[in-house]
Design a protein around this ligand. Sequence first.
Ligand code: KG4
Ligand code: ZN
Length: 337
Amino acid sequence: MDRAVNILAIETSCDETSAAVVSNGREVISNIISTQINIHKKFGGVVPEVASRKHLENISQVIDLALSDAKMDYKDLHGIAVTYGPGLVGALLIGLTTAKALAYGRNLPLLAVNHIEGHIYANFIEHKELEPPFVCLVASGGHSHIIKVLDYGVFEVMGKTRDDAAGEAFDKVARTLGLGYPGGPLIDKAAKAGKADAIDFPRAYLEEGSFDFSFSGLKSSVLNYLNNMKMKGLEINKSDVAASFQESIVDVLSDKLIAAAITAKSPYAVLAGGVAANSRLREELLKKGTENNIKVLYPSPILCTDNAAMIGCAGYYKYIKGEVSPLSINAIPNLRI
Ligand code: KG4
Ligand code: ZN
C-alpha cells in the first residue's frame, strides 16, 4: 500500500533545465539537472534567448529521465509543480507551458511555485527536523533577501538588496578578474589561495538596524582598485582580490542574517540560494551561529543552486493546502515573495 504523495516538479527559470520527483514533500526520489553553463560560459553570462532554446530542446528528456529514475509513471503522480517566476520570461515559459500541458493532459493539479520560495524549501529536504518559524537568507544570482518564514507559504521580507544581488556581484567581479563564469564558485576557489585582509574593500551595513543590502559600491571599489593597479603598472594578485572581496560580502551577509535571527527570536539562521554554496560564508556563519547560540542550517551544494527538487517540496505544501493554480496562470519574471 503506497500512500505517498508524489509530485513531479519542473524548474527552468534560468540556465538549468531540471525535473524531479519528490515524495511527501521532503524525500527526493529523483532530481535531474541539465546545466547550460558550458554554453553560456562563452558569452560570460546567461543569454536569455539561447537559454529558452536549450530548455525547449531538453525539457522532454529531462522529465522522462526524472520519471524513469524514480521508477514512476504519470499514474503514480499527484500533482505537477513548476516555477512561474521570478526568472527569465522565455525560460520560465518553457517549463510553465510544459507543466500546464502535462497537468491538463494527465488530469493532475498544477502547482505554480515562486522560485525564491523554492530555494528556502531546499532546507526542508536537507533538514527533516526543520519547521517554521525561522529566518532565512536567500542569496543567489537574482536575489538577496532576508525572509522570516512564519509558516509554510507565509513570509515576511525583513530586508533585501537595493541594487545588485550577492551572486550577481560575485559574477561581475569574477568577470572583471578574468576568472570566468559563473563567478561564485571560481571566486570561492581562487580565494582559498589568497589573503582575506590583503585589501580593505568596503562593507555596506546601511542604516542602523537595516536588513537591506547594497553591493554596487563594493563592486565599484574592486573595479577602481584593479584600474589603479593597472595604471600604476603594478601586478594584481587575483587570489588576494578574490579573498578580500569575498570576505567583504561574507561579513555583511553573515552579520545581517545573525542579527535578523536575533531580532526575530529565531532559533535557526537558515541559508539558501546559489551563494549558500560558498564555503567561506558557511564557515563564518557556523562560527557566528555558535557564538550567538543560533543553529545555522544550509542545504548541500546541489540543492543550493537551481534544481527542481526544491520546487517539488514547495509544490507539495501547496498541494496539501489545496492551493491549485489555474491553467491560465502566466509566467511572472519579476514575481516577488
Ligand atoms: O540559485 P542560483 O543557482 O540561481 C539563481 O536563482 O540566481 O544561483 C546562482 C548564483 C550565481 O551568481 C553563482 O555565481 C552563485 O550563485 N554561486 C556562488 C557559489 N556557487 C554559486 N556564489 C558564491 N560562492 C559559491 N560557491
Ligand atoms: Zn535560483
